[in-house]
Design a protein around this ligand. Structure first.
Ligand code: AQP
Length: 350
C-alpha cells in the first residue's frame, strides 16, 4: 500500500534547547513544511522518563513545554497550516505504547545505546519509562501513521526500532489487518528517518567527541537558543580548538573533532557546504574564523530568541496553540486507535 506521506517529529521539554536541537532537528522541521503535512510534538511524556531532578518538577515542565512550543513558532513552524501540540494531551500515545510493548522484544530494547548512556552505571535504578522510551517514540510516530521523521543522528537507532515494531505488528496481525480492509496486510508504514544537512550531530563546545546536550552540566558546552549575543560570543571564543590553522580540504578535519564541529556549525548556519567554509577560511587562524562564526550565529539566533521571549511572555496564547493542535491531532490519533483496537481484537462500543 502506498501510505499518504506525513511528517512527524518531537522535541523533549527538558530545558536549554540548544544549537544541536536547532540544526539537527528544528531547521529540518521548518523545511519539511513546504512539501509535507507535518505534525510537531512537544514530547512531555518523554521528558519525565529521567528523575525529577533532571526534568525539574511540574512548574519547570510546564515552563519548558511552552518554551519548546515558542521555539518551534519562532523558528518558522506554521502552527495553523501544520500541527503543533504537546504529547500528553492525546491519550493514544500511551495506549498505542502498551500495544507496542507487547510487540517489541526485550532483546531489541537491550540494544538501545541511548538507554545505556542515560542510565549509566546505576541501571537498576533507572525508570521503566526510560527503558521504554523508544517504544513510546514508535507509538508517537505510528499513531499518526507518519512516513518521514526528521531527527538528529542520535535518534537513528530509535527509528530503526520503530520500523521493526511497525513490521512485526503488520506480520503478527496480518490476517486481521487484511480482514479490516487493508488488502496488502500493511497497516503501519515503516517510517523513514530524515537525517540531513552538515550538522546532524552537533558536538559539545568543550569536547568534540561528546554530543551537544541539554543535560551537560557545563552551560559553556552548548549554545542555548535563548543565549544573548554576548553569551554566544563568549562561548564560541572559549570553544575548545587545537593549535593548527584550519585546513583547506575536508579531509584535514578527519582527526580534528573540535575543528570539524565548528566548521559544520558554520556551514549549517550559513547554508553552505563544509568545503565552501574551508575554501573561505582554510589556512587562517581560528580566531578569525571564530569571529565570523559568532556573527553568523548571532544573526541566525538573535531573532529567534527575541520572538521566543515575546511568545513565552504570553502563556495563554501558547497554551491555545497547543490546544488547537491537540484537537486536530486527536482526529488522526483516534482514527488510528479505533482501527488498531479492531485489528488487535479489543471490543469497543459501536
Ligand atoms: N547534538 C545534537 N546534534 C544534532 N541533533 C541533535 N538533537 C539533539 N541533540 C543533537 C536532535 O534534537 C531533537 C530533539 O532532541 P530531544 O530533546 O528530544 O532529545 P535528545 O536527543 O535527548 O536531546 P539532548 O539535548 O541530548 O537532551 P538530553 O541532554 O536530555 O539527552 C532530536 O531529533 C535529536 O536527534
Amino acid at each position: 500500500m502506498a501510505f499518504v506521506e506525513r511528517v512527524f517529529s518531537g522535541v523533549q521539554p527538558t530545558g536549554n534547547l540548544h544549537l544541536g536541537n536547532y540544526l539537527g532537528a528544528i531547521v529540518n522541521f521548518v523545511k519539511m513544511q513546504q512539501t509535507h503535512n507535518c505534525i510537531y510534538c512537544v514530547v512531555d511524556m518523554h521528558a519525565i522518563t529521567q528523575g525529577v531532578e533532571v526534568w525539574g518538577g511540574p512548574a519547570e515542565l510546564a515552563r519548558n513545554t511552552r518554551e519548546v512550543t515558542a521555539a518551534f513558532i519562532a523558528a518558522g513552524i506554521d502552527a495553523k497550516k501544520h500541527i503543533v501540540f504537546n504529547q500528553s494531551q492525546i491519550a493514544g500515545h500511551a495506549e498505542l505504547t502498551w500495544i507496542f510493548n507487547c510487540v517489541a522484544r526485550i532483546g531489541w530494547l537491550n540494544r538501545m545505546t541511548q538507554f545505556k548512556e542515560k542510565a549509566g552505571k546505576d541501571r537498576e535504578n533507572a525508570s521503566i519509562g526510560l527503558y521504554d522510551y523508544p517504544v513510546l517514540m514508535a507509538a508517537d510516530i505510528l499513531l499518526y501513521r507518519a512516513t518521514h521523521v526528521p531527527v538528529g543522528e542520535d535518534q537513528k537507532q530509535h527509528l530503526e526500532l520503530s520500523r521493526d515494531i511497525a513490521q512485526k505488528f503488520n506480520n503478527d496481525f496480518g490476517d486481521s489487518i487484511r480482514g479490516h480492509g487493508f488488502a496488502d496486510g500493511l497497516f503501519f508504514p515503516q517510517p523513514e528517518p530524515l537525517i540531513t544537512g552538515p550538522a546532524t550531530r552537533v558536538m559539545s563546545l568543550r569536547d568534540g567527541t561528546k554530543k551537544m546536550s541539554k543535560s551537560d552540566a557545563s552551560d559553556n558546552s552548548r549554545i542555548n537558543l535563548t543565549d544573548d549575543a554576548d553569551t554566544i560570543a563568549q562561548k564560541i571564543r572559549r570553544a575548545k580548538t587545537d593549535p593548527e590553522p584550519l585546513p583547506s580540504e575536508e579531509k584535514g578535519l578527519e582527526t580534528r573533532p573540535e575543528a570539524d564541529n565548528l566548521v559544520g556549525i558554520y556551514a549549517a548556519l550559513a547554508g553552505i557546504s563544509k568545503q565552501e567554509v574551508l575554501t573561505q577560511f582554510g589556512g587562517g587562524q581560528f580566531s578569525t574564523f571564530k569571529n565570523a562564526l559568532v556573527e553568523v550565529c548571532v544573526a541566525k539566533l538573535a531573532p529567534i530568541a527575541s520572538e521566543m521571549k515575546k511568545l513565552v511572555a504570553d502563556p495563554g496564547h501558547v497554551d491555545s496553540i497547543l490546544a488547537d493542535g491537540a484537537n486536530r491531532a486527536r482526529g488522526i490519533a483516534d482514527e488510528t486507535m479505533r482501527i488498531t483496537k479492531d485489528i488487535v481484537g479489543f471490543i469497543r462500543p459501536r
